[in-house]
Design a protein around this ligand. Structure first.
Ligand code: SAH
Ligand code: SF4
Length: 439
């Protein structure tokens, strides 16, 4: 979501005549797009904002903007104003499109330098209606992830999981019109994008805020699948409480939708799931996994898991470990619970950090061993892979993903990016698969 929103920022700046800096060039404007999902993300953002102080001193004309989730939290805009007075612009998640106006205002005010207390920051105003959003269909976007195109389908979140800051900083759900989403996907395919990723905090809620019942996620997927062209579709994120049989069936019978699903479980204990306000049980989740595998035996399933939620006991944690053994995810994003100010879980009695650390280490070791076993099963098979990028440190190699979402490194060159190849897997190293020679 942050990458997608940064592409909107780049689009706005390019329309104003700015361009991305080349290596070694000094910027005229620096925009920090922040995240506050965990304390580490927030501290990293503040650290980075601190670093540019020297640059601002050297070049007083530099414009510094801080946008995104972080300033949307209560009191953070004030903190920025007091502790980082050299920051010129602060905007929240739902008023990114104001960036152009704010930059123009700063440029105008430079002729009569204002006292810092005169500075006005615009952050999402809680008194505005929940569905207020200034990113409209006309906000430009400069895509940076070819051959993948991010397409947002729904903003915000209504779920209020007790650990999560997202509903407070991104406000309530607001779905885009289905016709706008379809037009954008068609345009991306026409422009040569080979992978479309539909985005939302909970894509399965798509259309719940639109009166017309036919506007729902399953129907959106069906319509996207009807678009002609050689391209793939992925989507994230799905909430297990809202993943319908209909969506599973559309995925299984589609031409373009990858057999790949990110289905965050968070925890394996029903007590912890209840305390997290996830509104599904371990049994329901396992039933979904069984349905998915029955409909698509080749599906790659990934997840998010959190350890150290305040009410998690050693037994609860073992239930998470058991669930991981049972589901056998191809990959998992694992997190240590981080208390977020203003959320219900932050007010509960917390678990010592050392306990959380020990649990995550056990969980990562387990998942790594499962990932390695699953990777070994790929050896000798031939898979269709979309070449996405050069493979960094491996000379003469490129990388891409199988339909199931596994990363493959294989011989290739820059021109291969954006093309599909049938690749025989010859080697597996943990999460990465390798091929010595293209088929
Ligand atoms: N909307 C998505 C998740 C977005 S946040 C969903 O519901 O699945 C991505 C992941 O960050 C979550 O799945 C969760 O595992 C993790 N996360 C969210 N809040 C967190 C917190 N306070 N501490 C640690 N991890 C957190
Ligand atoms: Fe956060 Fe839960 Fe919403 Fe995901 S569904 S963004 S975890 S509140």
């Amino acid at each position: 979501m942050n990458v997608h929103e940064s592409e909107k920022v780049a689009g706005i700046l390019e329309e104003m005549g700015y361009r991305a800096c080349l290596e070694g060039e000094k910027a005229d404007i620096i925009v920090f797009n922040t995240c506050c999902i965990r304390d580490t993300a927030e501290r990293r953002a503040l650290g980075n904002i601190g670093v540019v102080k020297a640059e601002k001193k050297e070049n007083p004309n530099l414009i510094i903007a801080v946008i995104g989730c972080m300033p949307q939290q209560e009191g953070v805009a004030e903190t920025l104003k007091n502790r980082y007075p050299y920051v010129d612009i602060v905007l929240g998640t739902r008023n990114i499109a104001m960036l152009k106006d704010e930059i123009e205002k700063v440029l105008k005010s430079r002729s009569n330098i204002k006292k810092k207390s005169d500075k006005k920051y615009r952050c999402f105003d809680r008194s505005l209606p929940d569905n207020y959003l200034d990113i409209d269909e006309a906000t430009p976007q400069s895509r940076t992830s070819y051959p993948n195109a991010w397409v947002n389908i729904i903003y915000g979140c209504n779920n209020f999981c007790t650990y999560c800051i997202v509903p407070y900083v991104r406000a309530r759900e607001l779905s885009r019109e289905m016709s706008s989403v379809l037009d954008e996907v068609k345009k991306c395919v026409e422009d040569g994008y080979k992978e479309i990723t539909l985005l939302g905090q909970n894509v399965n809620s798509y259309g719940n805020d639109i009166v017309d019942d036919s506007v729902n996620f399953a129907n959106l997927l069906k319509k996207v699948d009807e678009i002609e062209g050689d391209f793939r579709v992925r989507f994230m994120t799905s909430h297990p409480k809202d993943l319908s049989d209909e969506v599973i069936s559309v995925m299984a019978n589609s031409r373009h939708i990858c057999h790949n699903l990110h289905l965050p479980v968070q925890a394996g204990s029903n007590k912890v799931l209840r305390d997290m306000n996830r509104r599904y049980t371990r049994e329901h989740y396992l039933e979904l996994i069984a349905k998915l595998r029955k409909a698509m035996p080749d599906i790659g399933i990934t997840t998010d898991i959190m350890v150290g939620f305040p009410t998690e006991t050693e037994e609860d944690f073992e239930e998470t470990m058991d669930l991981v053994r049972e589901v056998r995810y191809s990959n998992a994003f694992t997190f240590i619970y981080s208390p977020r100010k203003g959320t219900p879980a932050a007010k509960m009695e917390q678990i010592p950090y050392a306990v959380k650390q020990a649990r995550i280490e056990k969980l990562i070791a387990l998942q790594n061993s499962i990932t390695k076993e699953i990777s070994n099963d790929y050896i000798g098979g031939v898979y269709r892979v979309l070449c996405e990028d050069m493979a960094g440190k491996h000379n003469g190699m490129v990388c891409g993903r199988t339909e199931s979402g596994r990363l493959v490194t294989f011989p290739g060159e820059n021109e291969d990016i954006g093309k599909f190849f049938d690749i025989e897997i010859t080697e597996a190293r943990s999460a990465s698969l390798f091929c010595k020679k293209k088929v």
